[in-house]
Ligand binder design. Structure first.
Ligand code: NAD
Length: 390
């Protein structure tokens, strides 16, 4: 249980790049990183507009001289300080992630980066090599993975409660972009511009979220080949897709399916994962994150509730308030930020055993997300044909 006691000896001095006043995702990064006292926000280059970023930094309590005009200036200036930053979170549009992550690692910073980590597997592998050389942790914010019941699913599958895994059914299918809302919304506009979004829209923006949940629940499954069909129902978004269907075959004979969609009119989030084994199935939906269904063939449906004593200790370790009181995305992200901080602290003291015990969306998850999108796009653009996963 997380109850406010220190989780690492000293809070890590931390900065943000992006996540400024008008950003969608900046606040949850700060809320998650600061909630349990594992990070201390001391600097930032919060905005593409230097003055706005400065004003915003001051307004959230950062010392004015440490609100920088851009990330390069920040890394250089912080390196000269005794009390300089040791970690940075990057919450900027996709097209900037690679350059900023690279600069941060070169400056000796631990990194938490938004997804997608970058545009190509080659770039992602370059970041991994750099992180290894510099002995730094890279976290990637697949935030839904911090929900307790995802941990419970992982433990139930490992304990063979589902039997042999046959089918993994996934979707992230919301309806918010059923029309060309990007015309009036800057945060959507860059998402459908290949220069800033990369080779895909919904595959990278949302499909990779349930994909990562499947990696947490089923760490042993490896994709062998996949087939993807993608469409731009709002024509002006072409060549980027606002809908995609991906079928995957895994190396153990199981199959998987991901529906990535931003035009599912009427749907709020629609992120679900259902894992079907030979004996039973589990299903989790991010709009009801405190419950997970467990269906054993021939028995009545069970609904597992977050925070209850019957859950696995690894799931309960993340609990903050006990069953019945709903927890949500903010707590899920906080759980991940705690693990990022613990990994950074363990890395700094060279504690390999502690590092091996921690699991969180890190550089491998970042690489896998980029690799999956690359393979989906290759298949879709070849006419929705099967492609070997590489
Ligand atoms: P946004 O457009 O709402 O905000 C982007 C912010 O970054 C703004 O404050 C902007 O001024 C700032 N910025 C842009 N370029 C910058 C630069 N070079 N230096 C400093 N600041 C810069 O975008 P958003 O919706 O918050 O998305 C940001 C990132 O977060 C994207 O990569 C997106 O995919 C990701 N995201 C992740 C999740 C998740 O669940 N993990 C959810 C939403 C967004």
């Amino acid at each position: 249980m997380i109850n406010g006691e220190n989780l690492i000896p000293v809070a890590i001095p931390w900065a943000m790049v992006g996540g400024g006043r008008q950003s969608q995702i900046g606040y949850i990064h700060r809320s998650a990183a600061l909630r349990d006292g594992v990070f201390k926000l001391v600097a930032g280059a919060f905005d593409i507009d230097a003055q706005r970023g400065h004003d915003f930094g001051v307004a959230i309590g950062v010392n004015a001289e440490r609100c920088y005009a851009d990330y390069k200036t920040m890394f250089a200036a912080e390196a000269l300080r005794q009390d300089g930053i040791r970690a940075v979170s990057i919450a900027t549009p996709n097209g900037t992630h690679f350059a900023i992550s690279k600069a941060a690692l070169e400056a000796g910073q631990h990194v938490v980066c938004e997804k997608p980590l970058c545009f190509t597997t080659a770039e992602a592998e370059e970041l991994r090599a750099l992180a290894t050389t510099k002995n730094k942790v890279v976290g990637v914010t697949y935030g839904y993975a911090g929900h307790q019941l995802i941990e419970q699913a992982r433990e139930m599958i490992a304990a063979d409660e589902l039997g042999e895994i046959r089918i993994v059914q996934m979707q992230f299918a919301h309806g918010f972009h059923n029309e060309a809302v990007e015309a009036a919304n800057p945060a959507t506009k860059w998402r459908v511009d290949p220069k800033m979004a990369g080779p895909s829209y919904v595959l990278g923006d949302i499909g990779t979220h349930p994909l990562y949940l499947s990696e947490v629940m089923l760490p042993q499954l490896k994709i062998q080949r996949l087939m993807c069909s993608r469409q731009s129902f709002v024509k002006s978004r072409a060549p980027l897709e606002d809908n995609a269907f991906t079928i995957m075959e895994y190396d153990n004979g199981a199959v998987g399916y991901v529906w990535s969609c931003a035009v599912n009119a009427g749907s709020m989030h629609g992120q679900k994962i259902r894992v079907i084994g030979s004996k039973a199935s589990i299903e989790w939906w991010d709009e009801r994150p405190n419950q997970m269904t467990f269906e054993v063939q021939g028995k009545p449906l069970q609904v597992l509730e977050r925070g209850m004593g019957y859950l696995h200790p690894r799931a309960l370790a993340d609990d903050r308030i006990g069953g019945g009181h709903p927890e949500g995305l903010f707590e899920a992200w906080s759980n991940l930020y705690v693990r990022y901080a613990q990994a950074m602290a363990a890395s700094d003291r060279g504690d390999k055993a502690a590092l091996a015990e921690l699991h969180y969306p890190g550089i491998e998850a970042g690489i896998e997300g980029v690799r999956w999108v690359e393979n989906c796009v290759r298949s879709a653009d070849a006419g929705a044909t099967w492609v070997d996963y590489r």
